[in-house]
Design a protein around this ligand. Sequence first.
Ligand SMILES: NC(=O)c1ccc[n+]([C@@H]2O[C@H](COP(=O)([O-])OP(=O)(O)OC[C@H]3O[C@@H](n4cnc5c(N)ncnc54)[C@H](OP(=O)(O)O)[C@@H]3O)[C@@H](O)[C@H]2O)c1
Length: 314
Amino acid sequence: MEQKDLSHNIKRRDFIRTGAGFAATTLFMGLGASKLFGAGRSVATSIIESVTLNNGVKMPRLGFGTLYLTDELGVNCVSDAISLGYRLIDTATVYGNEAAVGGGIKKSGIDRKELFVTSKMWVDDYGYDTGKKAFQTSLDKLGLDYLDLYLLHRPRGDVKGAWKAMEELYKEGRIKAIGISNFEAHQIDELLSYATVKPAVNQIETHAFFQEEKARGELKNYGIQMEAWSPFAQGRNGLFTNKVLAEVGKKYNKTNAQVSLRWHYQRGIVAIPRTSKKEHMIENLDIFDFELSDADMKTIAPLDLNITQFPEWE
Ligand SMILES: NC(=O)c1ccc[n+]([C@@H]2O[C@H](COP(=O)([O-])OP(=O)(O)OC[C@H]3O[C@@H](n4cnc5c(N)ncnc54)[C@H](OP(=O)(O)O)[C@@H]3O)[C@@H](O)[C@H]2O)c1
């Protein structure tokens, strides 16, 4: 991962010198971009680099979250996001929107192979038989015949049975990578005591106010990719108007949202921002033409409150 980041940096600098101006201009043409390049060929596709997971599967380093994007809104947001260049789409059974996400994928007209689709098994379905059934239900709702990433949503209940089901589905090739969400180190250790497949990803709450630096180090040691949910803390605690982030952003003419996403990116964390607005979809992709300095990263570090912004989900 460390080595990969280095090569990414080189590639990124080359890209900034050569193509970023053109790409950013094209992105800011809004939906014009999808018309120009076709649904499957947005210019942003070439901007979003991938990280290679511990099983060799490539995962985009920036994606699109879909919590609360249900029904018609979900269909349209997912379709728009894909048209604008997002390739990683994150959903979950408990969001109640897998059918809408599937509808958006279909509407976009994109080649399935270009996408990286994540869903998550909810705790009520944990167990071997129930887990397998839940996976098939998710696939059916999404209208897909495989998932790129399937996660255990929370470390509760029959994790062992659920993981066994996930491992079998993975070995059958029906899921390209399997992982976990909201797992702490001791829960990962327990899972690793019986797992035959190591989780590829752990998706956890991470943003400027809950930076999870310790978990970042631990996951690097495990060889598990860290993915940030609520990368903006849903705007809680005033993230979008935070003065420290705004000061940093002013130097690069970037918003707090863009500084946040760039900060995740430079920490080697995959982020999945959610938005229902096209202008925000475009803004959130426009983070590849600047680089936060070490001093900027040090300025952002003290924003950490080291506590969840979502106590109601604990
Ligand atoms: N594994 C888990 O337990 C877990 C838990 C929570 C979330 N997730 C995943 O993580 C994804 C992201 O997290 P989230 O949805 O909780 O919240 P988030 O991405 O941190 O924040 C979403 C909020 O930010 C606003 N926003 C987005 N871009 C913006 C911009 N450029 N400027 C200003 N406001 C902006 C959106 O409003 P607008 O619509 O107005 O833009 C929305 O209110 C979820 O959608 C879901 O896929 C996973």
